[in-house]
Design a protein around this ligand. Sequence first.
Ligand code: G4P
Length: 285
Amino acid sequence: MKTIQWFPGHMAKAMRMMEESLKLCDAVLFVLDARVPASSYNARLADMAGGKPVLYLLNKADMADGGADGAAALIKGSGKAVIRSDASSPATLRPLLGAMEALVAGKRERFAQKGTVRPMRFLVAGIPNTGKSTLINLLSGGKKAQVGDRAGVTRAKQWVRCGTLELLDTPGTMPPALADQRLARRLAYVGSINDDILDKEEVALALLEELWEKYPDRLAQRYAIGGGTPLEMYEALCARRGFVLRGGEYDYTRGALALLDDFRKGRLGRVCLDNEEDLKAAGLI
Ligand code: G4P
């Protein structure tokens, strides 16, 4: 499979913007994808946060299986604050606000001792598609930044209030780490890498291989796949779904799109692809 890369210029710009945003904040919500908690981590954010407290969110927990619970326990065991979340559910709000409050309680206390009383400010950060905007919406009750939305008003950085906390209304989007291509591929599966730069057939082959290793029953159930080489499984999927071109050739492109769509929409069930070794390799534990 071809190397998955990020344009260096885009990467530098995203990192610069993150750094600017971080300066304004007291703490960070680092949003990870619970299905790929190690792959969606980028150690540079933790570095950039310096001494600021970080709460790790394993978001999309509703799409992850028990592997994400194990990952959360390991991350907690390494001394980090972590919770699982489903940003699309209002039930997430209370435990999330509680964890955010607990994270900044010490800092709030130190401020109070010096006579400073002001809301603690959070940056919601993470790689693309982990659910940052959805979380900001949930936390702000959907009433974010009307001022900048009016024509003629410059859209500056703004704060949205949630209880006694404030959030920067724009997410801190950062590039994925990608140094480990095994983990980079998993970001391609979950849709955190722009599909335009990916060869979808290659991604589909890799995903089939990994799913067959970890969740063979799912492939058997949905596509009647019974094993074989990744290419044989790919062709079985195309045959099963009727993705055959006029000359009798398989329509590999449609097969890839169907597989990725099924996986991303959770039709292949709840998963967690990263294990303890991956969490270590990514530097998360
Ligand atoms: P981002 O700002 O980090 O880039 O992510 P964003 O909030 O835009 O969320 C990306 C997609 O993930 C959205 O789906 C959003 O609804 C979904 N999402 C976010 N958090 C959760 C969660 O906890 N659970 C589930 N199941 N879904 C979540 P989308 O609008 O359908 O976009 P797309 O992925 O189809 O492009």
